[in-house]
Design a protein around this ligand. Structure first.
Ligand code: AR6
Length: 171
């Protein structure tokens, strides 16, 4: 099962996969970080389609086309803002992954790349978020044989090391 999980350091907008996941905000109208990068590469048509979605609640996920991205689809999910850990942040983050996987299953996507949701502007502690990301992914893959590859795209070496260590620890 873990042979279907990959960790790379790089830019999610350049990944050659069917879908990439965006760490968006409730408006779905763009922002900084990975969201800004995705909108810049996808072009203005992405924002136009996002406007029609009328936002997205925290923990949920919505899908659009990828336009000028190498990926055909973008799954937009909204992670929780870290507020100390007593505001269901863990549950909301787990829901993000679960709802992304629900869309992946529904649309029968085979290759999908995820960023480290909530660990940038939203300040979710990296190790705690990585444990949730890996646990939800492993849980999904256990019950799904169709998906060929889940890529965790890490923007820097700190994030990369964290994912590699987490995957090692569960083997
Ligand atoms: N490819 C892969 N990962 C990236 C990229 C990239 N091109 N750029 C940044 N990251 P963040 P959040 C990493 O802040 O914490 C936006 O303004 C980054 O290093 O993008 O969920 C939205 O509109 C970090 O590890 O997302 C929201 O308002 C991870 O992606 C808010 O930020 C997530 O950082 C969402 O905050």
């Amino acid at each position: 099962m873990l042979d279907r999980v990959e960790v790379v350091q790089g830019d999610i907008t350049q990944q050659q996969v069917e879908a990439i996941v965006n760490a968006a905000n409730n408006s779905l109208l763009g922002g900084g970080g990975v969201d800004g990068a995705i909108h810049r590469v996808a072009g203005p048509e992405l924002l136009e389609e996002c406007r029609k979605l009328r936002g997205c609640p925290t923990g949920e996920a919505k899908m659009t086309r990828g336009y000028r991205l190498p990926a055909k689809w973008v799954i937009h999910t909204v992670g929780p803002v870290w507020r100390g850990g007593n505001y269901k942040e863990d549950e909301y983050l787990a829901q993000c992954y679960q709802n992304c996987f629900a869309l992946i299953e529904k649309h029968q996507l085979k290759t999908v790349a995820f960023p480290s949701i909530s660990t940038g502007a939203y300040r979710f502690p990296l190790e705690r978020a990585t444990r949730i990301a890996v646990a939800e992914t492993v849980n999904f893959l256990k019950g799904n044989n169709f998906v060929e590859k889940i890529v965790f795209v890490c923007f820097n070496i700190r994030v990369y090391d964290c994912y590699v260590n987490e995957l090692k620890s569960i083997q």
